[in-house]
Design a protein around this ligand. Structure first.
Ligand SMILES: Nc1ncnc2c1ncn2[C@@H]1O[C@H](COP(=O)(O)OP(=O)(O)OP(=O)(O)O)[C@@H](O)[C@H]1O
Ligand SMILES: [Mg+2]
Length: 328
């Protein structure tokens, strides 16, 4: 990475080895140092804010403020004064002049998150700021000049929003100067082990735990699960596991319930017959047995029958794989 080390601390690191993430990192390195407006798109939890901060840190504005604004979280009536400030006496209780976030971000970067949630009237104002680099506080007579780089993000399809009349096309083109699309985690599963180790290190440090890694079975679950909440969900899962872990390795038992339940391999369901790399036959067998036990409600005679093996064989395999007779 072409960034001076001291600027990017460990927790700011962007982890990614997949081709998709390598492409993203390449784009980020190219666009970071420029002054270009950037639009980051991607599902919830894919790292939009992380990438926005990284862009800021790679620019000559790195030592200036990075101000994040969530357009969806500010009540519509307050957005204007939040973004642009207000003059003294602008409303009955405006006793002081208040700086808006654009002014606070002067010389730095403003991150406009959930840009699709921006009310139409504010979209017009924003367009003007992007064109003229001027903001006018509520109740102020004169606009002031600001030097702010804009990075915007959304998990919505802005073209669709334009089609239904919810987002201004002219604003879209102003923002969409340079687009970075973050792929969902399920489309770049190669990144999971690297992210998982990265978060394990962060959380064992933070909670002062000594967990050395993941059991083979745990890896199976982590790579099989679809991660609808993307990297944020993976991060939360590892934090959860580090907190509850008792042994030297994280086991499936330490993972949040839904990952173990929904992360079972879809064996024999004909949906996906590709075999994940590094998944050993024994591991598949162990998981298949667990699932069968669960499906038979813990009844081992029924389980053995459904698997076409004897009860003794089932027992032997369960002992070998450390599967408890009441499967959790
Ligand atoms: N490539 C990555 N490497 C390491 N950590 C990451 C990476 N991408 C995201 N994260 C971490 O995952 C979490 C979610 O990322 P972030 O908040 O940037 O996502 P987002 O797309 O803005 O999510 P949302 O749409 O929910 O706001 C953060 O804690 C972030 O630090
Ligand atoms: Mg975000």
């Amino acid at each position: 990475m072409s960034v001076p080390e001291h600027r990017i601390s460990g927790s700011e690191q962007i982890v990614g080895v997949s081709d998709a993430m390598k492409r993203v990192l390449h784009l980020v390195e190219k666009i970071g140092p420029t002054e270009s407006t950037v639009l980051i798109t991607g599902e919830s939890g894919t790292g939009k804010e992380k990438v926005a901060r990284f862009i800021h840190l790679q620019s000559k504005r790195a030592r200036e403020p990075f101000v994040a604004v969530n357009a969806g979280a500010i009540p519509e009536t307050l957005i204007e004064s939040e973004l642009f400030g207000h003059a003294r006496g602008a409303f009955t209780d405006a006793r002081e002049r208040k700086k808006g976030l654009f002014e606070i971000a002067d010389q730095g970067t403003i991150f406009l998150d959930e840009i699709a949630e921006m009310p139409q009237t504010m979209q017009v104002r924003l367009l003007r700021v992007l064109q003229d680099h001027q903001v006018r506080a509520v109740g102020a007579e004169m606009p002031i000049q600001v030097d702010v780089r804009v990075v915007a993000a959304t998990n919505k399809d802005l073209r669709e929003m334009i089609a239904i009349g919810r987002f201004r096309e002219d604003l879209f083109y102003r923002l969409n100067v340079f687009r970075i699309q973050l792929p969902p985690l399920r489309d770049r599963k190669e990144d999971i082990p690297f992210l998982a180790r990265f978060f394990l290190k962060n959380f064992t440090d933070r909670y002062d735990r000594t967990v050395g890694g993941f059991s083979d079975q745990t890896w199976g679950y982590l790579t099989n699960y679809d991660w609808p909440g993307n990297i944020r969900e993976l991060e939360n899962a590892i934090e959860h596991a580090v907190i509850v872990a008792e042994g030297p390795l994280l086991t499936p038992r330490d993972l949040p319930m839904e990952i173990v339940e929904r992360g079972l391999p879809r064996l024999g369901e004909g949906q996906d017959d590709s075999i994940p790399d590094g998944l050993r036959l024994e591991e598949v067998e162990a998981r298949y047995i667990r699932r069968a036990i669960r499906q038979k409600g813990g009844n081992l005679t029924e389980t053995a029958k459904s698997l076409g093996i004897s009860r003794t064989t089932l027992w032997r395999k369960m002992r070998r794989y450390g599967i408890p007779s009441v499967s959790g």
